[in-house]
Design a protein. Structure first.
Length: 263
């Protein structure tokens, strides 16, 4: 695992966006061989998306030959609901770049057969040749996508019931009314993410410090599902100083020295 420590959220977002952009440019994608990008939602990737939009606007990057697969979507809220992940992605990213609508894939939380929807999503990823780079964030309880504590580390795309902690955390998007927060979601599994060629997570703020500690410096455990990335051959975590508050001094210095070329 590679860990990048930046001074603040703005700097980590810029680093992450530059990395994603360089990977797309290096791949030189074509209609026949597109670059397949996994996308998260939530507050963590907003700075990353904004930086990618700025690079596109400046003519430095194109998404015409990029295919995306989102991590998750709520169950039983309309796609045009302001808090659906369909709305989030189009409002915060897709509407501002040149991606083709047919290249965007987001789970349908209103599908008549949710189990079949999840199965078909995995098939679509396979048909696209797999995910080249899966972006993501880390929940305060260490969850990745909606793979809550206790989720199988070999899981695939499926229906998940959200924990009380996640419902409380997401209530800020629903006027702080817990009754309005969906109680279930469709989500890619940890196994789905682990199949990606690369995984890049962003993590910021003191409230994520314990999760970051377990993700990079703890034991691999289904109680902290993002810790499974310790087993990924090409995983990168980009974090800020505040998120490092619970790391040991040795771990913190190790990753700083490693990036400075001192190791």
């Amino acid at each position: 695992m590679r860990v990048i420590i930046e001074p603040n959220y703005e700097a980590l977002s810029k680093w992450a966006a530059n990395y994603v952009a360089n990977r797309i440019i290096e791949a030189n994608p074509t209609p026949e061989k597109p670059f397949v990008l996994g996308c998260p939602t939530g507050s963590s990737p907003l700075g990353l998306y904004q930086n990618l939009i700025e690079m596109y606007t400046a003519g430095k990057l194109s998404f015409k030959n990029v295919v995306t697969f989102n991590m998750d979507e709520y169950v039983n809220i309309p796609e045009d609901h302001p808090e659906s992940y369909h709305s989030f992605m189009w409002n915060n990213f897709f509407s501002h770049i040149d991606i083709k609508p047919e290249n965007v894939h987001i789970l349908n939380g209103n599908a008549p057969d949710l189990i079949a929807e999840c199965y078909q999503y995995e098939e679509k990823i396979a048909e696209a040749g797999g995910i080249d780079l899966f972006m993501g964030g880390i929940g305060s309880d260490g969850h990745l996508a909606f793979n809550e504590p206790g989720s199988s580390l070999a899981s695939r795309t499926r229906i998940k019931t959200l924990t009380t902690d996640t419902i409380h955390a997401n209530s800020r998007f629903f006027n702080n009314d817990l009754c309005l927060v969906p109680k279930q979601a469709l989500t890619v599994g940890i196994g789905t993410v682990m199949d990606a060629q690369e995984v890049l997570l962003v993590c910021s703020g003191h409230k994520k410090a314990r999760a970051l500690k377990h993700c990079i410096d703890g034991d691999i455990s289904h109680k902290w599902t993002s810790s499974m990335l310790q087993m990924h051959p090409h995983a990168i975590v980009v974090c800020d100083e505040a998120a490092c508050d619970e790391l040991t001094v040795g771990t913190y210095k190790y990753y700083l020295d490693k990036e400075r070329g001192n190791l």
